[in-house]
Design a protein around this ligand. Structure first.
Ligand code: ASP
Ligand code: MG
Length: 300
């Protein structure tokens, strides 16, 4: 069997597993949004290298291509959809220097989810169960394909370790996330990152954040990022100003935030990154039937 066929079958299984998992837990599946006046600013985030936001001008309105549906997730929660998920295509026009990381795509999909009134511990529990079940299923149903790829996928054990970013930076320096990923034998959580305004700052400990990344072992890097959310207008507007974002770009979201958002927590787990981890592919572009690697020209 050709590798591209194997990766495509694994992707199909990941999509089915993700959809079934969230439906079985009572989540409502939303349709993805592709164009909107508002999208995730993706910054300031030291992990982001997006050079510009994709835009389409349509009938005099500037619409951004979705970088993530985070703001829509908060708006959907506000509409009373208490547990939701989307298989969400994202466009992130990354700097071409990211061509060789093996982990970056400028078009990818994530399993994006959000839960009203949830705390970070609820997300840890949910996504640990998700990943354990996924690895089990793939090993059971795709043993032959994993063999053809020479991939020995280790079983994973819960609960996953948790490390603060401060501790990891002390230990590994600037490349802490990748260094820890290479070092660790099991998936682990990194907690408290200073990044986008929508991730909640700890009200009891300013300068600390109620957010998290899930990181794969064996050097495969980040799997998921997410957080408890800022839901109070005053905090949102203070942080948008602090990040020097153009608040007029967020006007429709800010209007709703002023009327009140509902506390929530969630995250997004990259589909192609799941497939890369499961299959052991060298480069994430290899798992896509239609490659979207920063710095490479697009064939089809
Ligand atoms: N989906 C992520 C979240 O829920 C945001 C992102 O894609 O970076 O926080
Ligand atoms: Mg992010």
């Amino acid at each position: 069997m050709k590798d591209e066929k194997i990766y495509t079958k694994l992707t199909s299984s990941v999509l089915k597993y993700s959809t079934d998992f969230f439906h079985e837990k009572g989540f409502v599946q939303l349709m993805p949004v592709i164009l909107s006046p508002v999208t995730d600013p993706l910054g300031p985030d030291p992990g982001s290298s997006v050079i510009k936001t994709g835009e389409v001008e349509y009938l005099g309105q500037k619409l951004s291509l979705t970088q993530s549906m985070i703001l829509h997730k908060q708006i959907a929660i506000r509409a009373g959809i208490e547990k939701l998920f989307i298989i969400s295509p994202n466009i992130r026009l990354e700097h071409p220097k990211r061509k060789k990381t093996g982990r970056h795509l400028f078009e990818f999909s994530q399993v994006d989810f959000e839960i009203a009134h949830a705390k970070k511990e609820d997300v840890y529990k949910l996504m640990e169960e998700f990943l354990v079940g996924l690895v089990k299923k793939i090993k059971k149903e795709h043993n032959e394909e994993l063999g053809l790829l020479d991939r020995k996928l280790p079983d994973i054990k819960t609960p996953f370790s948790k490390f603060t970013t401060t501790k990891l930076k002390e230990r590994y320096g600037k490349e802490w996330e990748m260094s820890a990923s290479i070092e660790e034998k099991q998936p682990f959580w990194t907690i408290s990152h200073k990044r986008e305004f929508y991730d909640k700052e700890d009200p009891e400990k300013p300068g600390e954040y109620l957010n998290y990344d899930l990181v794969y072992p064996e050097g495969f890097g980040e799997a998921l990022s997410g957080a408890e959310r800022e839901h109070e207008f005053s905090s949102i507007i203070r942080k948008i100003k602090g990040d020097e974002l153009d608040k007029t770009r967020y006007a429709p979201y800010l209007e709703l935030a002023k009327k009140g958002l509902i506390p929530s927590a969630g995250g997004g787990c990259g589909v192609e990154r799941m497939v890369r981890y499961l299959s052991g592919a060298k480069h994430i572009g290899d798992v896509q039937l239609f490659r979207r690697v920063p710095g490479e020209s697009v064939l089809v």
